[in-house]
Design a protein. Structure first.
Length: 262
């Protein structure tokens, strides 16, 4: 890691968990998408446990839509203990610890209509004191090796490292030349294409590229950083699945059940 020693257990992992999740309205009319159950466990905790497996212990949940539902879950779950702030200043977050897994959770309401970049900007005072932090979305599961993503981040020494994944196709893919179908592959990956799979590592200077609540991380900030040649991609060839729709949820559950059955 370029002679760079870092204590993973002290790194912040930001999970964006505040969106409306309208494409999964069958569930999200009542609960926030990160709390939708996949194999009897909210998808949020599948994500958290993946990071814990690699030694990460500090989590910041950037909530918004139905934030109170997430807080209520932590309060009701006996695994978590709420720590009240002794400061006389009014804090804008709830703080929980999980002693069994030696993990800390800050749940911070970053606004109902705040976009992905804006949510990160609202966390600035918690992120700016450290040189680097991890970030992912609250609706994507993967078996990506986070330590390898982190290693690439330090070797390349760029502002942003993104995990690139192959997009699972919802339709048959066709390879066409002069109107002739040269290849037909049903429900496979698109030909030679990569998409943003989340699971980022950022230098804290990413915050300089985010202006306001309405900023989408995936637009101006990352597009500008890419133009500056300050972004590198870790290519992940293994499992990755996001949960945008009911069909996505059903497919994800099938995969996890088959994995657990092995």
């Amino acid at each position: 890691m370029q002679n760079k020693k870092i204590d993973i257990s002290k790194m912040n992992v930001v999970i964006l968990a505040g969106g409306l999740g309208t494409r999964l309205s069958e569930y999200t009319k009542l609960i926030p998408k990160p709390m939708v159950s996949v194999c009897k466990k909210p998808i949020l905790f599948h994500i958290v446990e993946h990071y814990q497996k690699f030694g990460f212990r500090n989590f910041i949940l950037a909530t918004g839509y139905k934030s109170a539902y997430i807080i209520k879950h932590f309060k009701k779950n006996k695994s978590f203990s709420e720590i009240k702030s002794k400061s006389k200043k009014k804090e804008n977050y709830k703080y929980f610890i999980d002693k069994k897994k030696d993990s800390n959770f800050r749940i911070i309401d970053t606004g109902l209509n705040t976009m992905t970049g804006g949510r990160i900007k609202r966390l600035e005072k918690y992120l700016i004191k450290d040189d680097h932090f991890c970030l992912t979305y609250g609706d994507g599961v993967s078996d990506v090796n986070i330590k390898k993503v982190l290693k690439l981040h330090f070797i390349k020494n760029k502002i942003a490292t993104v995990t690139a994944v192959r997009p699972p196709s919802r339709f048959g893919a066709l390879k066409i030349k002069r109107n002739n179908v040269e290849q037909f592959q049903e429900k496979t990956n698109f030909f030679d294409s990569w998409i943003n799979g989340g699971f980022f590592v950022f230098k804290s200077k990413i915050l300089r590229f985010i202006k306001k609540d309405s900023t989408y991380l995936e637009r101006e900030p990352l597009q500008k950083i890419a133009k500056l040649k300050e972004m590198v991609a870790y290519k992940h060839f293994g499992f990755w699945h996001c949960m945008d729709t009911l069909r996505d949820k059903e497919n994800l559950e099938k995969y996890l059940r088959s994995k657990n059955a092995r």
